[in-house]
Design a protein. Structure first.
Lengths: 319, 313
């Protein structure tokens, strides 16, 4: 039985695969690489780009580099071999993968990145001005504290954007000496980062019980964990400590509007708009054949960010 | 026929997968793509090789991915601080070797189960990797001589392919044609019998774990040189993939036992599957599902044959 049936089944599978492959070849072929799809922000960009591409009738393949450079590079190489029409990279590593970016450019495949940093081999990077984002979050926290008091910070140095936000906070703190950073925790792990943040901030909150006026988190995912910890702490009252972070999203807005939550504000980064903007740019370059110089003067296409707090969160909850 | 199916069933299935992708996936058979597959599975195969040698002595090394990462950032730090290439490479290998030796001592001298000892080493390695980098990867300009190790070619053949061939051949020779290799196999299959035969069981286990660490160091040097970057978690994804490659390998050639040709074929199968699915336009989640299905199917088919063979004895 087995040999003949196995051959027939294998042939059937090969035909199905061939049909699948042929279908994928017939339209404008876009590949979207999310560097770490388990990160909500990476997934939001990739998913928005995929939806926008499919809305245009394109074939859109989403790949997940799982936060690993070897995987990222292997995927790039394979896509170049596959002669895709364009590549969008969400939160990629153009410096580390410079050889692959160059290969894509040499192969005539336009690459548009989102929040990845500039590369001479990519058309554009769609980004927000992280220095400005960091300043808005830091200044908002200072405003809430009246420019005096004790703060805790939850940092992440492994990502360019969160690192910049932390450095800008340090600059703001250096000019406001009455605000003291009494404790800081830097997220070290990536796969189990939630547990890392929970453990680190629990210890800091315990050590500084009752003396903390504000908490700064480098991104909203960290803020959720800190907010939950604070809500579980007996005696904690809304407003103190004031919790501020960056990113935005439905869960963040829900918490800002929730009277029980300590999360007071975020700087909303339009990840979905970035994904759709990347599609728009790919269309102009790869289909309308517009010169990059006609689209934007520099390597960055900046998108607007907005501070969201209780005064304007209602309009975000409606979206 | 039954014996053939037991020994070569997974191998034949892998070959059928190759043929199916060759028919279905555009550009799959191009020289460039095939070279890419072999290049990209090199790190996976070298790490899996180390894991399989430790497993040969019936010990688990769960630290190899983190050891590879810390060795990689050690190399990166030295190169970026303008130390000579030989020193950076030597340090990478030494870090791997030392971690493997530490695992061996913890298991054989302190009698800590390898599962726990190597997890502890993994945690220590992870801490050191972040301590060296502060979370920021080493990127930018690299010494061209260093980059040649992982990016060069000899007679048109990528150096990575040559390193992989040399390492696989050396491991195969060690396990098949040396007294030490045969002793390691004996310890893995029946430790008590090996002890009664006069073989030093702790020494063989120490050797197995040390080689696994060294393999992580070698993979680190090759990976850092090929990627021209060194991040504190650069080899994290290889943990499960390498174990998967070894498990797949244990279903072929010498069923139920870790073996060098099987490990290489396991790594190749994973590489071919991942590459082929990308070429076919499959979404990212399909790749994880397909890999899981492949592993379950391979092991299920082989274990069915093994059970039948056992019953027929």
């Amino acid at each position: 039985m087995t040999t003949r049936r196995a051959i027939i089944q294998s042939a059937g599978a090969a035909v199905a695969l061939a049909q699948f492959g042929a279908r994928a070849q017939s339209r404008f072929n876009l590949a979207i690489i999310g560097f770490q799809m388990s990160s909500e922000t990476h997934a939001r960009v990739a998913n928005a780009a995929e939806a926008a591409a499919k809305g245009k009738g394109w074939s859109a393949q989403v790949l997940n580099s799982k936060g690993e450079m070897p995987t990222h590079i292997a995927q790039f190489d394979t896509l170049i071999q596959n002669k895709v029409d364009a590549i969008i990279v969400a939160m990629g590593k153009p410096v580390e993968a410079e050889a692959q970016f160059k290969k894509a450019k040499d192969a005539g495949i336009p690459v548009v990145t989102v929040m990845s940093g500039s590369s001479p081999h990519a058309a554009f990077d769609i980004a927000v001005n992280e220095y400005s984002v960091g300043a808005r979050a830091a200044i908002y926290l200072m405003d809430q504290l009246g420019y005096r008091g004790n703060i805790l910070t939850q940092r992440f140095e492994g990502n360019t954007a969160t690192r910049i936000r932390g450095k800008v906070l340090d600059a703001v703190l250096s000019e406001n000496a009455a605000v003291k950073q009494v404790g800081t925790h830097t997220m070290a792990r990536t796969a189990s980062w939630r547990d890392d943040v929970r453990a680190g901030m629990s210890a800091l909150l315990l050590r500084n019980q009752g003396t903390v006026d504000g908490i700064w988190a480098s991104f909203d995912g960290q803020a959720y964990i800190i907010d939950d910890l604070l809500q579980q702490t007996a005696g904690a009252a809304r407003g103190k400590p004031a919790l501020v972070s960056v990113d935005g999203g439905p869960e963040t807005y829900r918490r800002i509007a929730d009277p029980k939550s300590f999360l007071q504000a975020t700087v909303a980064i339009p990840f979905e708009r970035m994904g759709t903007e990347a599609i728009h740019v790919v269309e102009r370059i790869a289909i309308r054949k517009e010169a990059p110089g006609a689209i934007n003067a520099g390597p960055y296409i900046y998108m607007p960010s907005e501070l969201v707090d209780k005064t304007n969160v209602a309009q975000y909850l409606k979206k | 026929m039954k014996n053939f199916a037991i020994r070569y069933g997974t191998f034949v299935a892998s070959c059928l997968l190759f043929v199916a992708l060759a028919i279905a996936a555009p550009n799959f058979l191009s020289t460039g793509n095939l070279t890419n597959i072999v290049k990209h599975i090199t790190f996976l195969a070298v790490l899996a090789l180390g894991f399989s040698i430790a497993l040969t002595t019936a010990e688990l090394d769960l630290s190899f991915a983190n050891v590879c990462s810390v060795a990689s950032v050690s190399v990166g730090w030295l190169i970026h601080n303008d130390y000579p290439v030989w020193l950076a490479v030597g340090t990478g290998l030494t870090v791997g070797l030392a971690a493997g030796l530490l695992n061996g001592v913890l298991v054989t001298v302190l009698k800590i189960p390898s599962l726990i000892a190597t997890l502890a080493t993994a945690s220590i390695a992870n801490g050191f990797a972040f301590m060296i980098t502060q979370g920021v990867a080493f990127v930018g300009a690299w010494n061209p001589s260093f980059l040649w190790i992982g990016r060069g070619t000899i007679g048109g053949i990528p150096t990575l392919v040559l390193w992989l061939t040399i390492l696989m051949a050396a491991a195969f020779f060690l396990l098949k044609f040396t007294v030490t290799g045969l002793r390691m196999l004996s310890v893995g299959q029946a430790a008590e019998a090996a002890r009664l035969a006069g073989i030093s069981v702790p020494r063989m286990k120490l050797l197995g774990l040390t080689i696994s660490g060294l393999a992580a160091g070698i993979a680190a040097v090759l990976m850092t040189s090929n990627l021209a970057s060194a991040a504190p978690n650069s080899a994290g994804d290889f943990m499960l993939m390498s174990i998967a490659a070894v498990l797949l390998g244990m279903t072929m050639f010498e069923p139920g036992r870790p073996n060098v040709p099987g490990t290489l074929c396991g790594a190749l199968t994973i590489g071919i599957l991942g590459n082929g699915l990308v070429l076919l336009g499959a979404q990212y989640y399909m790749q994880d599902i397909a890999l899981g299905v492949l592993m379950v199917a391979s092991v299920a088919v082989s274990s069915t044959f093994l059970k039948r063979a056992a019953l027929s004895v």
